[in-house]
Design a protein around this ligand. Sequence first.
Ligand code: FAD
Length: 148
Amino acid sequence: MKLVRLIYVSIMTETCDTEALEQILKVSRRNNAEKDVTGILCYDPAMFLQCLEGPRNVVNELYTSIARDTRHKNVTLLEYAEVSERLFGNWSMAFVSMHTVDPATVTRFSQNGKFNAFMFSGAEAGNFLMEIAGQKQESLALQKTMHP
Ligand code: FAD
C-alpha cells in the first residue's frame, strides 16, 4: 500500500456557515476513520488549509470529491507526495481555527506582512500545519478523533 500526503488550500464560499463547518467536520471524521485517512483542517473566516494522509487510491478519490464540494472554491493543490509515515496520524481530522494560533507564528509564516496560504510551497504548508498542531497539542488531544 502506498501512503501519500496531500495538502491543499481553498476559499470558503458563502454557503459555508458555522453549521456547514460542523457538518464537514462530523462527516470527515466519520468517513476518514473508516477509510484509514488522517489529517488536519485549519480554518480562518475565509480559507481552508487541509492535509490528508492515507492510502493513495483513497486520498486521490477523497480529494476529487472534496474539490467538487460547493462549500469552498479555488481549491489549490500545494503538495502531493508519497511518504513513509504520517504527520497527523492521531487524528481522523484535527481541527484548528486560525484565530487561536499564536500571532507570532502567523507573522513568521507571512509574506510582506500578510498571511496568505495560497503563497505557501508544499513544504511551508506542511511546516505551518505541524507547527500549529504542536502548539495546540492540549486542545487537539481533547478532540475525540483519535485514529485507531
Ligand atoms: P453524506 O453523508 O452523503 O453527506 C454529508 C453531509 O454533507 C450531508 O448532510 C450533505 O447534505 C452535506 N453536503 C455534502 N456535499 C455538500 C455540498 N456540496 N454543499 C452542502 N452540503 C453538502 N469529507 C471527508 O470524507 N473527509 C474529509 O477530510 C473532508 N474534508 C473536507 C474539507 C472541506 C474544506 C470541505 C468543504 C469538505 C470536506 N469533506 C470531507 C466533505 C466532502 O466534500 C464530501 O461532502 C463528503 O466526503 C461526502 O461524504 P458522504 O458521501 O459520506 O456524505
